[in-house]
Design a protein around this ligand. Structure first.
Ligand SMILES: *Cc1c(COP(=O)(O)O)cnc(C)c1O
Length: 455
């Protein structure tokens, strides 16, 4: 039996489940692309865990009691205290989102022809390195590419790949080494403390700054506590501080483990680099005590960092994701295993083996899930990552997933049971699901705007 949620509900938002006929009409009208649905036409929204968290009473209270001041607001002081207490970090800059932190960091460090290694770059990190003339390089362990293979820390950097890469490239061409915790792109898989320490040592040996992409640092610490030898009895907050102690800096999206709806942080240990970041920040984000946000947003993040590292919260959070994964797995639905920290990934290739990848099985599954139960997941397969050749033929992506991300503190176990039941009934009638033909695809970030029709 799962344990009850460690909170009760004091404000509610009514949900409406449209009729099947209405849902069919809606999905047809948006070309079978759930990005184009209206949020109010969705019953359970699992498009993303980013910026969709429910905030606590204390977060709202602190948002109301800070001044909205251009300079020196109380909320900035609260954020300073949290960053020092929780992350143990001396200097930082608030920014409006994670990608703004990436923009500032890479603008100051990456030059034309440089390389940035990472276990796996998230898409905005990838794009920001490219934008500054650099080449993003993924050096994750090989297990990351084998969905279904069990493993405790499938998000780890492959240390020998990293050493080889530095030897071949030369450290002068590597301005920064990144490590993403948890590894979002590979299904929210965690990185071990041992790996974080080793990457930091390799970076130090070569005099290269080491930065964490820390969006899901709290979820990652929970995995370290529950899976890594020697950390069973270490408090979460100590694990968090140890993780950050190895880093020269970090980029952070408060829309994930900040439990806020907007915001980000760029942490920088080096005084010179911090000064430059503040100067550039003023040009593109705002004065460093608000950083492109309303002052109340800083208050929400300051309190959110404390709540995200609460052991009871983290146990509940982890249990929710695992609960949905286990229910699907027990019913034989093909999912990526073990489940990561923020989402369950359904394997579209195995779910719909009768649909060839050029007919977008994961996209078809995502559209059908909406029709079946008003649930919105997201396709991470050939529509998102596939290519097209000169003649316009679709070249399939390696992995073909439908992701169901779980917003933090938003849905109850009953909601997740409804999601599991819906996916399972869809699995039982999977032979009826047909492939799709893409009728429209823009060149860049195509999956947001593409359109399809059933075959
Ligand atoms: C979300 C995310 C980002 C970017 O953060 P935004 O706030 O969306 O700009 C960067 N890295 C990872 C791993 C993420 O999950």
């Amino acid at each position: 039996m799962p344990e009850p949620e460690p909170f009760r509900i004091k404000m509610i938002e009514p949900l409406t489940l449209l009729s099947r006929e209405e849902r069919l009409k809606r999905i047809r009208s948006v070309g079978y692309n759930v990005f184009k649905l209206r949020a109010r036409d969705v019953y359970i929204d699992m498009l993303t865990d980013s910026g969709t968290s429910a905030m606590s009473d204390l977060q709202w209270a602190k948002m109301l009691t800070t001044e909205q001041a251009y300079a020196g607001s109380t909320s900035f002081e609260l954020l300073e205290e949290s960053v020092a207490d929780i992350l143990g970090f001396p200097q930082f800059l608030p920014v409006h989102q994670g990608r703004a932190a990436e923009n500032i960091l890479f603008s100051l460090t990456v030059r034309d022809g440089d390389f940035v290694p990472n276990n796996m770059h998230f898409d905005t990190t990838y794009a920001n390195v490219k934008h500054k003339g650099g080449t993003p390089v993924n050096l994750v362990v090989d297990e990351a590419y084998r969905p279904g293979q069990e493993g405790d820390f499938k998000g780890n950097m492959d240390i020998s790949k990293l050493r080889d890469f530095i030897d071949e490239t030369g450290s002068e061409k590597i301005p920064v080494i990144m490590l993403t915790v948890t590894n979002n792109t590979a299904g929210g898989q965690p990185v071990s403390m041992e790996n974080i320490r080793e990457v930091s040592e390799v970076a130090k040996e070569h005099d290269i700054p080491f930065f964490l992409d820390a969006c899901r640092f709290a979820e990652n610490s929970y995995f370290i506590k529950s899976r890594e030898k020697g950390y069973e009895n270490v408090p979460i907050r100590d694990i968090v501080r140890e993780m950050f102690s190895y880093a020269d800096g970090f980029t952070f999206s408060a829309k994930k483990d900040g439990l806020a709806n907007i915001g980000g942080i760029l942490g920088v240990r080096d005084l010179e680099l911090h000064k430059k970041a503040v100067e550039l920040g003023i040009v593109i984000e705002g004065f460093p005590t608000y950083g492109g946000m309303a002052c109340r947003d800083l208050a929400a993040i300051a309190q959110g960092l404390r709540e995200a590292t609460d052991p009871e919260y983290l146990r509940y959070r982890h249990q929710q994701v695992k609960y949905l994964g286990d229910r699907l797995d027990d019913a034989g639905v093909p999912i990526s295993k073990p489940v990561g920290g923020h989402a369950v990934f359904v394997d579209g290739k195995e779910f719909l083996p009768h649909i060839p990848q050029v007919q977008f099985p994961a996209q078809a599954l995502t559209a059908e899930l909406y029709v079946e139960g008003g649930i919105r997941g997201v396709e991470l397969g050939t529509s998102a990552f596939g290519e097209t050749d000169e003649d316009g033929n679709v070249i399939p992506a390696t992995l073909e997933y439908m992701r169901m991300a779980i917003p933090r503190r938003v849905y109850t176990l009953t909601h997740l049971d409804y999601v599991a039941d819906t996916v399972i009934s869809l699995y039982h009638r999977r032979d009826d699901i047909k492939g799709l033909e893409r009728t429209y695809a823009p060149k860049l970030l195509g999956h947001f705007m593409s359109e399809f029709k059933p075959l």
